[in-house]
Ligand binder design. Sequence first.
Ligand code: FEO
Length: 168
Amino acid sequence: MISQKMQDAINAMINKEIYSEYLYLSMAAYLDSLGLSGMANFMKVQVQEERFHAMKFYDFVNERGGRIVLTDIKAPQVDFNSAMELFEMALKHEEFVTKSINELMDIALSENDHAAKSFLFWYVDEQVEEEASMDQIVNQLKMIDGKGHGMLMLDRELAQRTFNPPVK
Ligand code: FEO
């Protein structure tokens, strides 16, 4: 049985994961409005990743005999100044999510919840990838400095991304 404290903290994390999904969908919409459909595709795949993260938490709470409680999702930002600003914000958001996962791990340790600790290791590893993929795009955008040909090439590359559900 999961403790109330652990359950509340994971429910709050489910909200953050679904907010992430909503934020990245808003980012996809902005990129689509610029005609950057490959970058928009990258974000739409990210939307699916975030739903996966949320559902993995959902299943864990359920399996431990807890109660999933869903709360309001705040509206995401609609407009951005550029693709560069957008990906920098996405990287900052992933850093925030990593901090939240670390805080969840602290609660698992303080609650002596070994099952939660083991479960959360997956997210600790996943966040390394999440930050790295955003960071890589920010660096590539810096290199091409928002210029036409480079933007076109990067957009084409990001159009190739597909969602492959991670192994649970
Ligand atoms: Fe669910 Fe992008 O971390």
